[in-house]
Design a protein around this ligand. Structure first.
Ligand SMILES: [Zn+2]
Length: 379
């Protein structure tokens, strides 16, 4: 249950804004907004979706900062909200739609803060997914760092090692790895998984369209990544689908206040992409549960070489962005310099020798105009 997850985390005071009221757009407005979003998705060469707890509430898993969220109720001194067992929850329409969107190459990457494993269980492939805060249904080896699908959710949080469970994978020399398995659920302030983070940074930098679903964007760095699209690309856009206000609403090009599943149903119809029901046959957790041989494992390791390659591409984008900024700054400086010079020469009257001797004290201070110009330039 998500509440046992919350209880397992270390105490942490800085949980951000909690329980802000939810807002709802009228259905007509939502339909019009979805039409715009569909067009932006068709036009975007690189789209990244950022998901938070809000996309799993329809699966019976409470969120954290909503009006009935885990942290909201905790602050009010109330008991945690009711929750399904992790095992019983199945992927929502939104999870399944995102798997379809990546397969159709309409979405290049999904960055999730969720640890419920529902993206994995919706058959979203590992190469399309970063799990920045971990996954309840994944173990990680303490030696080779490879990850494996669990048939049941982990009983612990905070990357605790289970000494009774050995890494099932062979080493390159064919021998068994000597590592033990730890849960892959990160505690507050734990170091984020390296390749997942690198891929997230790189995809966010390459993205021309960032779409936030079900997050108030209060946890960093995950919360800041969606702002990269409008930052690094002149036509880059940020879309937020969330009922509560988020930290980056002011930077958004479009905000849709509606239930994310309802919005996604309209969107998938608009894009004419059918979304299948949940299929246990493609759910790695159900598949792992079904294997008879305990030695059989399903791997869930992030693609390190892909992360490196993409990081290089993103660094190019960042470099070009910095050069462009520097060029703009230099040109502003040189323009300012010219204006200052002109203002200075305008202030100097053409004067005779007597005048200059007589009226030194009457001259306007040469700094009056330039300082006014400086103020304008920095306002
Ligand atoms: Zn290992």
């Amino acid at each position: 249950m998500s509440c046992s997850y919350a209880e397992g985390l270390s105490p942490y005071d800085n949980k951000g804004k909690l329980g802000l009221p939810e807002q709802f757009d009228q259905p007509d407005k939502i339909r019009a907004q979805v039409e715009i979003l569909a067009q932006w998705i068709r036009d975007s060469p690189h789209t990244v979706v950022h998901t938070g707890a809000g996309i799993s509430t329809a699966a019976g898993i409470p969120d954290f900062r909503g009006p009935q969220g885990v942290w909201t109720l905790e602050r009010q001194g109330r008991p945690p909200p009711p929750s399904l067992d992790w095992d019983s929850a199945t992927p929502t329409f939104t999870h399944r739609a995102l798997a379809v969107l990546t397969q159709a190459q309409r979405v290049q990457f999904v960055i999730s803060q969720n640890i419920d494993g529902l993206h994995m269980r919706s058959s979203l492939s590992r190469r399309h997914l970063a799990e920045l805060h971990g996954n309840m249904f994944v173990d990680q080896c303490t030696v080779c760092q490879r990850q494996f699908v669990r048939a049941q959710p982990a009983a612990t949080v905070g990357q605790k090692v289970d000494a009774s469970r050995s890494c099932p994978a062979p080493r390159p020399n064919g021998r068994r790895c000597r590592g033990k398995l730890a849960d892959f659920v990160l505690d507050w302030e734990a170091e984020l998984p390296e390749h997942d983070l690198d891929l997230s940074l790189a995809h966010s930098t390459l993205a021309h369209l960032s779409i936030v679903m079900g997050s108030t964007l209060q946890i960093i760095p995950a919360g800041n990544l969606p702002t990269y699209a409008p930052k690094f690309h002149s036509t880059g856009k940020l879309v937020i689908i969330n009922l509560q206000p988020t930290k980056h609403d002011k930077k958004a090009d479009l905000i849709i206040r509606g239930y994310v599943d309802e919005v996604m149903k309209l969107l998938m119809t608009e894009l004419t992409l059918p979304v299948p029901d949940y299929q246990p046959t493609v759910d790695p957790v159900a598949m792992q549960l079904a294997v008879a041989n305990p030695e059989t494992f399903i791997e869930w390791t992030q693609d390190g070489p892909a992360a490196e390659k993409l990081t290089e591409m993103a660094q190019d984008v960042e470099k070009k962005f910095k050069l462009k900024r520097k060029a703009a700054k230099d040109s502003a400086q040189s323009m300012l310099g010219k204006m200052l010079k002109k203002a200075e020469s305008d202030d100097k009257p053409i004067k005779t020798e007597e005048e200059s001797l007589e009226s030194k004290e009457l001259k306007l201070p040469a700094t009056s105009k330039p300082s006014a110009l400086l103020n304008q330039a920095t306002d």
